[in-house]
Design a protein around this ligand. Structure first.
Ligand code: ZN
Length: 399
């Protein structure tokens, strides 16, 4: 996911950017009918958004993307067991390929009202920016090369599943493992992140901590251990932890559930805990600490269980890495000063494995993961030109 409020994306002066990795590109490279091309991307985004695609239930959207991949001239189109979609575009030169990806899943359940609304210059729709627009950008890039233009190297177009929440980057983990021997770098697209370049992936671990007790009547059996009381004691201790700010390390108890009636001693309770850090080492320390808190706070006759429900690896490429420089150059090319970021995206997976990866955006928007999610398509034409420029440069890069 990615969250950014709609701001004037041209607030920074166009930087002059020169790098040996970003040689001039011919103007003729870009679509002469940029408006139509941009409009087609919005239309595609809406068509994709209209197909519900909750994490783990991406099959229908995957089939649609595969159909589009075929129609746009990609070869070797396939869908794997976890609903990742693959398509290959042959380039001018042999050698390692680029992988360009955009995830297909959303945080919204199957029965969500997906109606699109237009308000002023904004377009509202659950999942539209995160990440139907990213997938649409992938399709538009395939369309761009569907003719006489050829990228410098082979490109694997991939639409991974399971990026959000408990999907735990599961689609990308499978897709990357499959393609890793053949690829030199990954460009990952998040619809609303225009202007940002994610060159670092933070580490994320998620725990489900459950307590269980025999329970009883609140009056008659008062004093017997309660799963809820014990879980709250554990939560209270966790909530006092102060993890370091360098490297930035955070935790959040996002959901607590338990008990079944107000006058029953609770038999079961659970909390869902999200932990993040810029380094894997610091995250391990935090998790160890929390596991000790649980072990020391469990009362007699209470059982507990800690399940790992999320594990996203950390990884980073330096700011002066050629791929980062090319991504900055592509933004400078359209007059925008890029901002480097760390986050939790599909890019974590290649970065953790030592494969260069950046996550970039196409337009802006806000309220990601909410029903009133919207996109601001104004920067989209620049976002698409940026994507083409980066693809050409990264494609020509020897890796
Ligand atoms: Zn996303």
């Amino acid at each position: 996911m990615f969250t950014s409020e709609s701001v004037d994306y041209r607030m920074s002066l166009p930087p002059t950017f020169t790098s040996s990795y970003t040689p001039p590109l011919p103007q003729s490279l870009f679509p002469s009918d940029l408006d139509r091309y941009t409009q087609a991307t919005i239309t595609r985004a809406i068509s994709i958004q209209q197909i519900a695609s909750p994490t783990f239930l991406e099959e229908q959207r995957a089939r649609y993307v595969a159909e589009q991949f075929r129609a746009l001239g990609l070869s070797a189109v396939s869908i794997d067991d976890v609903y990742n979609v693959y398509g290959l575009l042959k380039g001018e030169h042999a050698g390692k390929a680029l992988m360009i990806s955009a995830h297909t899943d959303t945080v919204f359940p199957l029965d969500t009202d997906l109606t699109i609304k237009y308000v002023d210059d904004l377009i509202y729709g659950p999942g539209l920016g995160d990440n139907s627009l990213g997938v649409a950008g992938l399709l538009s890039l395939a369309e761009f090369f569907n003719g006489d233009k050829k990228p410098p190297c082979d490109i694997w177009f991939v639409a991974p599943s399971r990026e959000e929440g408990l999907g735990d980057l599961g689609g990308m983990k499978v897709a990357f493992a499959r393609l890793q021997p053949d690829i030199k770098a990954v460009i990952n697209i998040e619809g609303m992140a225009f202007g940002f370049i994610y060159n670092g992936g933070i580490a994320v671990r998620r725990l489900h901590i459950v307590t269980k007790a025999e329970g009883g009547h609140s009056w008659l059996q008062f004093g017997k251990p309660s799963a809820v009381h014990n879980l709250m004691m554990i939560g209270a201790k966790i909530a006092t932890l102060k993890p370091p700010t360098h490297p930035r390390t955070t935790y959040n108890i996002g959901v607590v559930q338990g008990g079944h009636s107000i006058n029953s001693i609770a038999t079961e309770a659970g909390m869902w805990l999200d932990m993040r850090s810029e380094t894997s080492e610091e995250l391990v320390k935090l998790e160890d600490h929390i596991r000790q808190i649980v072990a020391h706070s469990i009362q007699d006759e209470v059982q507990f269980e800690i399940k790992i429900v999320g594990d996203r690896p950390a990884g980073h490429i330096p700011d002066d890495h050629p791929l980062v420089q090319m991504a900055l150059g592509a933004l400078a090319y359209v007059g925008v000063a890029g901002v480097l970021e760390t986050g939790s995206t599909d890019g974590n997976v290649p970065l953790a494995a030592g494969c260069p990866a950046v996550t970039i955006g196409l337009a802006r928007g806000g309220n990601a993961h909410r029903l009133d999610e919207y996109i601001d398509p104004k920067p989209l034409a620049d976002g698409l030109r940026q994507l083409v420029a980066l693809t050409m440069w990264a494609g020509a890069w020897s890796g």
